[in-house]
Ligand binder design. Structure first.
Ligand code: FCA
Length: 330
């Protein structure tokens, strides 16, 4: 009887130990998710969906905001020191590419990028690092087409319209997006001389507002405007600038890219503004899927695809709810 009891106890202990071991090995997986602009709703959403993947798979997600290169480098060291196995990053500066690759390797961390693709010393994308980005040119073209359609709907003649090109040309995806949009405008007879560059110092609304204001003040004879930019924040800045110089909503057509809270809040306003639409992209794919891919890479040695480009869908005041539901982000 005594022997039986001992055997039972040993068995129970073994089961308990097994349980504990399983728990430990799951909890040990630690993945960093570093973003360049943590206060931007797009990145908040990416984190939210990455958290979902963490909850589902039982790994620890370490979310870090890194607005400049110095913070990014110390974030990578920090992840290494806390025993993470990999991270997903949207870098504050794509030219830091080789440094980021080296830092990740030095810390034994697997590396994937999201949104903004790293470039090497030669200015070309670093193709070895798995990346998920948006199909920037195509999405830009969708912006351009939405603007062309709205110009037609308002009965404007192309010649009387100015375009504010809110630009951030050090970021390749930003160039692809705005050039995609402008290519459609030009193909539809937009006067190239009426396109004005508004370089923003940072990729936020305030910087875009400042840049767009300079353009508006320099061209007071133009009363009808359109605006394109890297994201919703850029276009919202241009819209706020037209408002501040007294151009009414029906004199402005801004179409953004993103579809996160900043754009949606605009559509919820009782009166329509010059922010006419946004091409909604998927923070679920960029947050959930990248985190999951990193997890699979770490735990099951399943390497992510080297390049995934996601699509977008145009949404306006009257369609955004449906478009969001279709994308599974509601
Ligand atoms: C870049 C932009 C973000 C978002 C993302 C997909 O990182 O800065 O606003 O558009 O691409």
């Amino acid at each position: 009887m005594k022997i039986m009891k001992t055997a039972l106890l040993a068995g129970a202990l073994a089961v308990a130990a097994l349980g504990a071991a399983t728990t430990i090995s799951v909890a040990e997986t630690k993945i960093g998710f570093i973003v360049k602009q943590p206060e931007e709703p797009w990145f908040q959403d990416e984190w939210k969906f990455a958290d979902q993947a963490a909850a589902e798979k039982g790994f620890t997600l370490v979310k870090i905001g890194a607005e400049d290169g110095e913070k990014l480098i110390s974030a990578i060291d920090n992840l290494g020191a806390q025993g993470a196995q990999g991270f997903v990053v949207c870098t504050p500066d794509v030219k830091l590419g080789p440094g980021i690759v080296a830092k990740a390797a030095a810390n034994g961390l697997k590396l994937m990028t999201v949104d903004d693709r790293l470039v090497g010393a030669d200015g070309e994308p670093i193709e070895d690092v798995p990346h998920m980005g948006i199909s920037a040119t195509k999405i830009g073209e969708a912006v351009g087409q939405a603007i062309v359609d709205e110009i037609a709907a308002r009965g404007w003649s192309m010649d009387e319209v100015g375009a504010i090109r809110v630009s951030y040309d050090q970021l390749p995806t930003a160039v692809d997006r705005v050039e995609g949009a402008l290519s459609v405008l030009k193909a539809n007879g937009f006067n190239e001389a009426n396109i004005f560059d508004a370089p923003q110092a940072k990729t936020d609304t305030e910087a875009a507002l400042n840049a767009a204001t300079v353009v508006l003040n320099a061209n007071p004879e133009i009363k009808k405007w359109v605006a394109v930019g890297l994201n919703d924040e850029a276009v919202l800045g241009a819209v706020r600038a037209t408002e501040s110089v007294g151009i009414p909503a029906d004199g402005m057509i801004g179409v953004g890219i993103g579809g996160a809270e900043s754009a949606i809040n605009e559509f919820k306003k009782p009166e329509a503004t010059g922010f006419v639409g946004t091409v909604i992209i998927s923070p679920k794919r960029h947050g959930y899927e990248t985190a999951l891919n990193m997890y699979e890479w770490i735990v099951n040695d399943k390497e992510p695809e080297k390049l995934i480009l996601t699509a977008g869908a145009l949404a306006k005041r009257d369609t955004y709810e449906q478009v969001r539901a279709d994308l599974g982000i509601e």
